[in-house]
Write a protein that binds this ligand. Sequence first.
Ligand code: ZN
Ligand code: ZN
Length: 312
Amino acid sequence: MLHATDRIRPLANTSATEGRIRWDAAKSLWLFSMCFGGIAAIALTPSWDGLGIFVALTVATICAGHSVGMHRLLIHRSFQTPKWIEYILVWLGTLVGMAGPFGMISAHDMRDWHQRQSECPPHPSHGAGFWRDAWWQMHCRFDLDHPPQFKIEADVKNDPVYRWIERYWMAQQLILAVPLFVFGGIAWVLWGICLRVSVSVIGHWLVGHFAHKTGHQGWRVDGLPVQGYNLPGLGLVTFGENWHGNHHAFPHSAKLGVEAGQLDPGYWFIQALATLGLAHDIVQPKDRPARTGLVRNEPLTPGAGMVVLTSK
Ligand SMILES: [Zn+2]
Ligand SMILES: [Zn+2]
C-alpha cells in the first residue's frame, strides 16, 4: 500500500520502485558550464571584491532564497508573509540555480514521497556511494515507469509570476548578470554567478547525501527504511538545513534547529521578518500532529539536549 502526501496521489498502477535513472542533459550541461566558469573565476580573475560578491550573493540566495523562500515557505508553508515578499524570496531561491519554483516543489516532494514508502529505491534515498550519488543527483533524474499523480496547488500553479520564473528559471541569472557585468566586468559575473551556482548546487547535494547516511538524531521515524540525520557544526554554512533529522521528524516546522544550541540562521531570518511585521503564523513542531512512528531517541546523558546515534 503506497502512501499519499499533500501533493502526491498514487494511481492504481503506480509503482514507487520501478523506473530508470537517465542522464538529464540540460541539468548536467548547466552544472558543467557553471563549474567551468567557477574554476575560471578562481584561476583567471582572483580578487577580494569577487570573493565578497560571491559570499554576499551566496548568503542571500541560499538563506533567504533557498532555505526560507523555497523550502520553508513555498514547499512547506511553514509561515505566512505578504505575496510580494514571497515572490522576492522564491525568486532568490531560483537564483540558486537548481530549478524553478515548480521544479523545486516536484523534486522535494517526490523525494519525500519515496522516503515515506516501506521500500525506497537508491536514487531518492541517496542510497548509492559518494561518487555514484553525486552523478545520479546532480546529472541524472529518476523516471518512474508508472508515476503517481502530482498536483501543485492551483493558486501556485496558476500564478503568472511563478509561471514566468519557472519558464525562464535559468535565464533569471541574467537579471543579476547585467548589473554584475556593468559594475565589475566579467570577473564579477564569474564569481557572482558561475562559482556561486556551482558551489550551491554541489553543497546542496553534499548536505542531502550525508544527511541521509548517518549523524545526530534527536528523533527517528520508525517503520521507514530512510532516516534523516542532523549534521552538527554546519548550522551557519547551511543556514539551518543541516538539521535534517529534525526536518524528517517535524517537516511542517519553520524552525529546523529545534533543540538547544542548534544554530538556525534561516529561522532567525523568519524571526526578523516577523519583527518587521512581515511574517506571521510561524509553525512550530508542536503545532501539527506527530508523524506516525515518530520516536524520541533517549538522551545518552540524563538532561542532554541532543543524542548521538550511529547509523543502522
Ligand atoms: Zn530527507
Ligand atoms: Zn522539506
